[in-house]
Design a protein. Structure first.
Length: 216
């Protein structure tokens, strides 16, 4: 498995190896299309063709509409939307040639249950869901699956740093069927399913993995 991140990828890969898995870390800024292409070529040279891609890099800054100016929007779309396009464009030629591939885009349960102060963020995740649906139609004839996982509020390092107080958590727990905070490990099964042959006939879908907060 290749773990790619702007920082800390090797630490994540080492943790996977320590748990018995196979992983290598790669440094890449997904907002830089040339760097993404270089990284994909590097991964292919070291590990072989890329059969599965999980577009996870993203940010969720809170901002009222007064602060959601063009510069803010551009920064966020470059990471949450352009980044996914760059990574997909880097892997699709090989996937098409090999007639196999699994692409998993990470959106958010906030698209279905939007909180305030996140209009730009929710817009980026709507873009990811829309792009997924069209791309699944485009790539289906090459047997490439394109799906979305939509996590609920999850206790990640980014959330620990964000100004999401106990009040936000209380609202989320009240809305979820399961009355505990979602953990990163809760997302693993759905991502593995979407990357495995078990999901070969599943494409263009958005799967909520949010403890039953959203229903659709
Ligand atoms: N945590 C949540 O509650 C939650 C809920 C729904 C969706 N999501 C989505 O899940 C994804 C991961 O979120 P998280 O909570 O783990 O965030 P996080 O901040 O903990 O981790 C984000 C990761 O992305 C990396 N990253 C940031 N900018 C990058 C760039 N330009 N190039 C490459 N890597 C970059 C960071 O280094 C970090 O490792 C995001 O797309 C987020 O929108 C998170």
């Amino acid at each position: 498995m290749a773990v790619s991140d702007i920082a800390g990828a090797e630490d994540a890969a080492a943790a996977i190896r320590a748990a018995g898995g196979k992983a290598a870390g790669f440094v890449c800024d997904v907002t830089d299309e040339a760097a993404v292409l270089r990284c994909a070529a590097d991964i292919k040279a070291r590990l072989g063709p890329i059969d599965g891609l999980v577009n996870n890099a993203g940010a969720y800054p809170l901002a009222p509409i007064e602060q959601t100016d063009a510069a803010f929007l551009e920064r966020l779309f470059r990471l949450n939307v352009f980044g996914s396009f760059h990574c997909i464009r880097a892997v699709v030629p090989d996937m098409k040639a090999r007639r196999r591939g699994k692409i998993v885009n990470v959106a958010s349960a906030t698209f279905h249950a939007p909180p305030p102060m996140l209009s730009a963020y929710v817009a980026t995740k709507g873009a990811v869901i829309g792009m997924t649906r069209s791309l699944a139609r485009e790539l289906g004839e090459y047997d490439i699956n394109v799906n979305v996982i939509a996590p609920g509020l999850t206790e990640t390092p980014g959330v620990a740093e964000a100004p999401f107080g106990d009040e936000m958590w209380a609202g989320v727990l009240a809305a979820q069927c399961f009355k505990r905070r979602e953990q990163p490990a809760d997302l693993v099964g759905t991502v593995v399913f979407l990357c495995s042959p078990a999901s070969d006939f599943v494409t263009a879908q958005t799967i909520n993995c949010d403890g039953g907060m959203g229903v659709h």
